[in-house]
Write a protein that binds this ligand. Structure first.
Ligand code: CP
Length: 314
């Protein structure tokens, strides 16, 4: 592996998941692999799980970790090649990335979309500039369009909770929210589910279609009740509109998951990447109930990050 920005960087998904399971059983087996190696984590946006789980994974591998919350503590970065920097930006990404590569052996970058221009966000300008100018491997800590470390942890969590001979039915269902959120988590989850041995369904209100680039091969419906029928896993997530880019058009039907709606499922497990706005996006009684996997997903972020770092260090 030379970088990790999407599922396309993984050669064999089953092998990676098995190796992540092995790491979970013995997380310190490779404690010498990262000796005298440095991981640099650059955050342009807030984070709780990604930052801490990736740091923990690096520490399990014996790496040193340096973190910069660049939007708060660093110089404002210029992303345009050839820019005349007579405005607010102080440092060009090509300089920052080149210098990071001197300080670090692996670099992680978190760069959310602005949700103003579809073309700009889906071009992945920020992540691509780091990929272009870093001379060491780059990991996406969630980019404008994808969150691959989250999806790797999610696939691991589903594997851990499924031991029947037939494929599980996995439903990604849109949920209400009070503000516009990126499409990165659902795009990414969809990509990874399509390549997994599952029956995958996406349910969303009209107007909330995701980009077909990431959903080709999924069953897509605007009927949440139909989608939930006999589901084994229900992944709850809000996202803003891709079509009316970044907007949150009014949804008349009630898309909030309830215990009543869950009765149609096969006693399904409930997933969410977190953070979650309780009782807006997902109810307390479901989040705190026996079928919730949300803390297991968060724990598995460590092993997802660790297998990726291990592959890059090798
Ligand atoms: N799920 C996730 O990426 O969490 P953070 O935004 O807190 O890192």
């Amino acid at each position: 592996m030379e970088k990790f920005t999407s599922i396309k960087d993984i050669k064999n998904l089953d092998e990676i998941i098995q190796q992540a399971c092995d790491i979970k059983i013995n997380p310190h087996a490779d404690a010498a692999l990262g000796k005298n190696k440095t991981l640099g984590l650059i955050f342009m946006n807030p984070s709780f799980r990604t930052r801490l789980s990736t740091q923990k994974a690096a520490m399990n591998l014996g790496m040193n970790v340096i973190v910069l919350n660049i939007s708060q503590e660093g110089w404002k970065l210029e992303m345009q090649d050839g820019a005349v920097m007579n405005g607010e930006t102080v440092e060009h990404v090509k300089d920052a990335a080149a210098i990071l590569s001197v300080y670090c052996d692996v670099v992680g970058v978190r760069c959310f979309p602005e949700l103003k221009s579809k073309e700009m966000d889906y071009s992945e300008q920020v992540l691509n500039q780091f990929l272009k100018h870093c001379k060491c491997p780059v990991i996406s800590l969630e980019s404008a369009t994808l969150h691959p470390l989250q999806s790797l942890a999610d696939v691991l969590t589903i594997k851990e909770n499924w031991n029947r001979p037939h494929k599980p039915k996995v439903v990604l269902t849109w949920a209400p929210h009070i503000k516009a959120l990126p499409q990165a988590v659902p795009n990414s989850f969809s990509e990874w589910m399509i390549q997994s041995d599952v029956d995958f369904v996406i349910a969303h209100p009209e107007g909330y279609e995701l980009s077909s680039e990431f959903t080709e091969g999924a069953t897509i419906t605007t009927d949440q009740d139909q989608a939930l029928l006999n589901a084994d896993f229900v992944y709850v997530k809000n996202w803003s509109s891709y079509t009316n880019y970044g907007e949150m058009s009014l949804v008349k039907e009630d898309w909030l998951l309830t215990p009543e709606k869950m009765k149609a499922t096969n006693n399904a497990k409930i997933m969410h990447c977190l953070p979650v706005r309780r009782n807006i996006e997902l109810l307390d009684e479901l989040l705190d109930g026996p079928n919730s996997l949300v803390y297991q997903q968060a724990e598995n972020r460590i092993y997802a990050a660790q297998i990726v770092l291990k592959q890059l260090l090798k």
